[in-house]
Design a protein around this ligand. Sequence first.
Ligand SMILES: [Zn+2]
Length: 260
Amino acid sequence: MENEPLSIPRRMISKDENIQGMILKIRNDIEILFNVINVFNRTNVNLMGIVGNLIEDNREYTTYFLILNLFKSNKSKEEIFKEINSIKGIMKAEFLEKPSKNLIIDTYHYPLIVSKKLIAFILPENLLSSMILGLVNRFGKEIGQTVLFYIGREFAQGIIDIYNEYSLSVDEIVIATLYAGQSYGLWKGKINLTKEKENFNLILEDNFECRINKQIKLKSVLIRGLWEKILSLYFEEEIKLEEVKCIAFGDNYCEFKIIQ
Ligand SMILES: [Zn+2]
């Protein structure tokens, strides 16, 4: 399957004063959303970005962050506001104040969560690469990479704890880890999950750590530590992984096998 990037708009920088951010909180009913869209359609408002938000445990309402372009609209901001607020089932609809004239920011949704109460941060990739490369550059390969390896293992323990709360089986924890990584944009993975160790393999396309590591020509340690911990749970013994292919060394993907 072909992939396309997903943009999760949280902010926009625009000199255009007609671009506005809006928060919508509506009863979780498609008809209400349809009526809102209808107002935009009638008033010539262009919907440039939308993030919808449904908390797993609360299915009664949904909140949205919208980026709207009012440039071609025949109505003022106040009139649009009034029309939307007259729709039945709207719990909240407001234009967000701009912190400065060029910034449209979602200041309503905070913190960011992935599911239930799992808080997430959006880190730009260059911050992550500064952290990884900074550790190696400042403390040397050996210490820097050892630290990263143990961060990976600790992180894996956190993943295991969370999935245990959902009562996932061990197999499901492995699969969920693989696909959650893709949903966070960390890698695209494939796994041959089998108890026969010689046939096991894990392929991570676009593994974020090794993409960063291309600059220092090192295989992954954070990701390897993470997967060793997860897979040790699956195999019910401590296993070690070897990265037999690696994008930091020019391969198309990173591939891990179990050291026998
Ligand atoms: Zn690699």
